[in-house]
Design a protein around this ligand. Structure first.
Ligand code: C5P
Length: 237
């Protein structure tokens, strides 16, 4: 059964923890991204772990293998459950991340984060991707599939992908790859700045393991009720 991860895209620790406390036992998995991590620091991950929550640390690491390996070790020491790296960092970088996660799991008392690869940022269209790649790119989806294959071959445990790509990734990469999908909206709900959204049922049908949901829940007048609606839409599948 797919699970919801709530994106805590909030400006600071107080706002983040206020949302976590409002949701209480209703929610067990949170995504901490660059905004909250940069403002609140690693302590916010410990705050979540102290409340018994699982944490997806979405830092999209992209650096030399030694540096990324070190960052994964630091994240593991915090108890992070899921962590992102850019597939474009290359095979050696992904392997270093996966190896650091595995070693942390072997070490007594540390958790072992699962490494998720980000392929092509959805903010890049074919033209922008061609400009950074130095070659003509006509089909960003083919690039997503190519980079996903590279990441999984290098040992990545999963991928961040839109629900629209999840089905193709599942059939080409198999059942063991974790698929984490953002861009989720309730049918008829506010899309905010997202242009390509999928409803919770569609994401479940596409084979997503985790649905990342932010403003649909965190900007709702009653976040717990909104989470209930998302779960209902998932279960209707
Ligand atoms: O508020 P909303 O549900 O749009 O939040 C979605 C979350 O997923 C945000 O944290 C956003 O950064 C992240 N995300 C995304 N699209 C991607 C990758 C990540 O919306 N392609």
């Amino acid at each position: 059964m797919a699970e919801v991860i709530i994106a805590l895209d909030l400006p600071d620790r107080a706002a983040g923890l206020d949302m976590v406390d409002r949701l209480g036992g209703e929610a067990g998995f949170y995504k901490v991204g660059l905004e909250l991590f940069t403002s609140a620091g690693p302590g916010v991950v410990s705050d979540l772990k102290d409340r018994g929550k699982r944490v997806f640390l979405d830092l999209k690491l992209h650096d030399i293998p030694n540096t990324v390996g070190g960052a994964v070790r630091s994240a593991a020491a915090l108890g992070v459950d899921l962590l992102t790296v850019h597939a474009m960092g290359g095979r050696a970088m992904i392997e270093a991340a996966v190896e650091a996660a595995r070693e942390a799991g072997d070490a007594k008392g540390a958790s072992s984060p699962r490494i998720l690869a980000v392929t092509v940022l959805t903010s890049l269209d074919a033209k922008a991707l061609g400009a950074v790649s130095g070659r003509e790119i006509y089909d960003t989806r083919a690039e997503v599939l190519r980079l996903a294959g590279l990441a999984v071959t290098a040992g990545a445990h999963g991928l961040v992908a839109s629900a629209r790509e999840a089905q193709a990734l599942r059939s080409s990469l198999g059942d063991r790859v974790l698929l984490v999908t953002p861009g989720i909206r309730l049918k008829g709900g506010d899309t905010h700045d997202q242009t390509r959204v999928t409803d919770p049922g569609g994401a479940v049908r596409a084979g997503s393991d985790y649905l990342v949901v932010g403003r649909t829940i965190t900007a709702a007048p009653d976040p717990a009720a909104a989470l209930g609606q998302v779960r209902q839409a998932m279960e209707a599948e």
